[in-house]
Design a protein around this ligand. Structure first.
Ligand code: SF4
Length: 432
């Protein structure tokens, strides 16, 4: 535990970042800035990066008086913390009237002390599949060359190579081309939701852009099966996952996915077949479970319908449908996770805590993937019409309370392989 809070950071607007030792860092929860407990800080993990936030002044505590004040030496600074870590507070700042909307990344509080950067966060996942030090670009490129040669007519392998691995540097696609762990299967060019912070499609009128382009074709079951069966057969801890950041909603392609699962399971019983989804079509989920779907991950910004609906803006489905999808997979004894977008000040409110408890009980949920919400906080709260957020539990305490009440529940950041689902969940991944 740190002996004191880290000092606040600011930028000169030209990418240079400095510490201001007259002020200590605070953390943002909802619309408010709070002091951060000393036991909530960890060193900024490898793979983390720093952002300067134009048009924003950092909020700190005067190191002598403890009074809250603005740092007017430069722009505010935030950290992007790497996957497998969950942030407890966002960066606290005051936004100037003409400040631009921030792009779709997470903005965690960050400070400086004794030569190091610190963030209020926890390593929530021990699995190392997205550790930045574990990617060997030479092996990725060799894998791309070999697999494009092996599947010359496969549009999906070409998409995963050219766009995902070599352009977006998607960790899932790079793991596929390194022949290990989780392999992505994007399949749907369309979606039946209109999430405000969609990472694959942003309407023209929005000032921010999506972080990747949406798939433009519908793969066939043959194309899907051709590269996934060898992966399930040969990769260590193999998983194949429908539902990726570069597509719409996979359940809109459920017939093709069903056909693919039937074919895959004709050739191999290895590994886990997972779907990352908005959970909108429980009947389709049931058809997929009947043919061997092993695991589902349903994404949500809130376990409360009143915040879910204005964010997802669903076409022809309701919040209840996503709950039903989790229940269906549980009925088939499949693995159920939620991809829970953590927004301090919303996720840890007393009402959200009660709603999350209810969701866990009603669906016999197996796992929570505590994901940092990649969105501009002012923009998100503004679009949901939230003017004040009030008292909260704190994300750290929320995680502790939930685990106390539901000790069977797994916490993480990634879909577990079958070796974990069926075997020893604490199995060690500590090798590349
Ligand atoms: S469900 Fe996914 S693809 Fe669809 S709008 Fe939301 S983020 Fe985008």
């Amino acid at each position: 535990m740190l002996k004191q809070s880290p000092y606040i950071l600011y930028s000169d607007g030209e990418g240079n970042i400095f510490e201001d030792t007259s002020m200590l860092t605070t953390g943002r929860s909802g619309w408010d800035a709070w002091p951060i407990e000393l036991d909530e800080w960890i060193e900024l993990p490898e793979g983390g990066s720093l952002y300067e936030l134009p048009g924003r002044r950092g909020i700190g505590l005067n190191a002598e008086t403890g009074e809250m004040q603005l740092c007017d030496k430069g722009w505010a600074v935030a950290a992007f913390i790497p996957p497998a870590h969950t942030g407890f507070y966002m960066a606290a700042y005051e936004t100037m009237p003409d400040a631009p909307t921030l792009p779709l990344f997470c903005y965690t509080a960050v400070g400086w002390l004794d030569g190091k950067f610190y963030v209020p966060a926890v390593r929530i996942e021990q699995d190392i599949r997205q550790e930045c030090g574990g990617f060997d670009e030479k092996k990725v490129k060799q894998g791309v060359k070999d697999l494009i040669q092996a599947y010359p007519h496969n549009r999906l392998v070409k998409h995963l190579a050219d766009n995902c691995a070599l352009t977006y540097h998607c960790p899932a696609a790079r793991n596929y081309f390194m022949g290990r762990w989780e392999c992505p299967i994007p399949s749907s060019p369309a979606c039946n939701a209109n999430c405000i912070g969609c990472i694959s499609f942003q309407p023209e009128e929005e000032t921010i852009v999506s972080t990747q382009d949406r798939l433009r074709f519908k793969p066939t079951a043959e194309e899907i099966v051709e590269f996934t069966v060898p992966h399930l057969e040969t990769a260590p801890f193999p998983i194949v996952s429908f539902g990726q950041g570069c597509e719409g909603e996979p359940l809109l392609m459920w017939e093709t996915i069903r056909e693919s699962i039937i074919e895959m399971r004709k050739h191999t019983s290895k590994g886990s077949i997972n779907i990352n989804t908005n959970g909108s079509k429980p009947d389709a989920v049931r058809e997929l479970c009947k043919v061997g779907l092993n695991s589902i991950r349903v994404s949500l910004n809130s376990a409360q319908e009143k915040y879910y609906t204005p964010y997802y803006r669903p076409n022809n489905y309701q919040f209840e449908d996503i709950v039903e999808s989790l229940k269906v997979v549980n009925e088939f004894d499949g693995w159920t996770s939620i991809n829970y977008f953590v927004f301090p000040g919303m996720t840890d409110s007393a009402d959200e805590y009660e709603a999350l408890r209810k969701l866990i009980k009603d669906t016999n949920l197996k796992m929570i993937q505590w994901r940092n919400f990649n969105i501009d906080p002012d923009w998100y709260l503004g679009r949901l019409g939230i003017t004040e957020t009030g008292e909260c539990l704190g994300v750290k305490q929320l995680q502790e309370l939930i685990l106390e009440e539901f000790p069977h529940l797994k916490y993480g950041y990634f879909n577990p392989p079958m070796e974990r689902i069926k075997g020893d969940y604490t199995q060690d991944f500590a090798h590349f």
